[in-house]
Design a protein around this ligand. Structure first.
Ligand code: PBG
Length: 315
């Protein structure tokens, strides 16, 4: 009877697995604050994608962990077409054309300042950042990404990227806009994974105030107007009300990012025997769907898919 009346369905097709990459092809470095997640060199990355595809996960968002000596103020390495990130994408696409690949567009993985935007005299220069983001997005489209994911929160970048992509013939490359991305404490483990924490200051001049809900609607309407194909709320769990509000205001598909800190909290409690990991994971993910998201970026993607395959029935 519970199954007949269940309102919300979470399938593996709704999940997107974030993966971290490094240049050394043979590496598989555990990330201490993200148990079960690794910095993957090309070989381990290809195995991880194959295993995930077999488990039923078809979409991936890729993040590069770049060595410090390659970082500079404009994030030049991000738009070098032979960088390890873009080379890996070509390799994945030739081996697994069915894998749907989403990029990360932002300066922080490549920036000596550790900020998502260009830093000028201690301030983020929004408009100087836009052409740098466009160069990244174009290099990513050229390498074979299906969708670009601007996670930087600069104003006006969705429209700017859409026209740059269109003018260069990438009309079929979609944009997943990190629309309502909050200045959150829950990104800590991700910054460990990429060693991308800001060198000075914080991200509060471009990421949103956790106290604001209406502002998320304004951001969503702007991104929709500028040509976003998907709008995102990030993090997910403290912002379920924001997901629900955007669901009511926009007809676009909604993504929610179940971020690193949310994953780490559950993993830590489970490792201590304080919580049932599988039950808590499913409840967490279902709640994000119930709030109104279509797709969920989550470090639990493969674990959930394997659980479903094993015949696990929740509640
Ligand atoms: C930065 C970026 C961040 C995440 C994705 N892209 C961190 C930040 O804004 O500092 C966080 C994802 C996570 O915590 O899982 N462009």
């Amino acid at each position: 009877m519970r199954a007949l009346m269940r309102e919300t369905y979470l399938g593996t097709e709704h999940l997107i697995a974030p993966l971290f990459m490094v240049a050394n092809a043979d590496a598989k470095n555990p990330i201490k604050s993200l148990p079960g997640q690794y910095q993957l060199g090309l070989n381990a990355l290809l195995s991880e994608i194959e295993e995930s595809l077999n488990a039923g996960i078809q979409s991936f968002v890729l993040f590069p962990a770049v060595d410090d000596y390659l970082k500079d103020k404009t994030g030049t390495y991000g738009f070098q077409s032979d960088n390890f990130y873009l080379q890996a994408v070509r390799e994945i696409k030739s081996r697994f054309p069915e894998a749907y690949l989403i990029s990360d567009v932002a300066l922080d993985p490549y920036s000596s300042d550790g900020h998502d935007g260009y830093v000028d005299n201690g301030k983020i220069d929004n408009d100087k950042t836009l052409p740098l983001l466009a160069r990244q997005a174009l290099a990513q489209a050229e390498a074979g990404f299906d969708m670009v994911g601007p996670s930087d929160m600069m104003d006006g970048r969705i429209g700017y990227l859409r026209s740059a992509l269109d003018q260069n013939g990438y009309t079929e490359v979609s944009i997943m806009a990190y629309t309502a991305k909050y200045a959150s404490a829950f990104y800590g483990p991700f910054r460990d994974a990429l060693d991308s924490a800001p060198k000075s200051g914080d991200k509060k001049t471009y990421q949103m105030d956790p106290a604001n809900g209406r502002e998320a609607i304004r951001e969503a309407l702007l991104d929709e107007e500028e040509g976003a194909d998907v709008i995102m709320v990030k993090p997910a769990l403290c912002y379920l009300d924001v997901i629900q509000a955007l669901r009511q205001q926009s007809t676009l598909p909604i993504a929610a990012y179940n971020v690193s800190g949310e994953y780490a909290m559950l993993k830590a409690a489970a490792a201590n025997g304080w919580i049932d990991e599988n039950k808590a994971m499913v409840e967490m993910l279902i709640s994000i769907r119930r709030a109104g998201s279509d797709m969920i970026l989550t470090y639990f993607a493969k674990a959930y898919a394997k659980l479903v395959k094993s015949g696990y029935a929740y509640h």
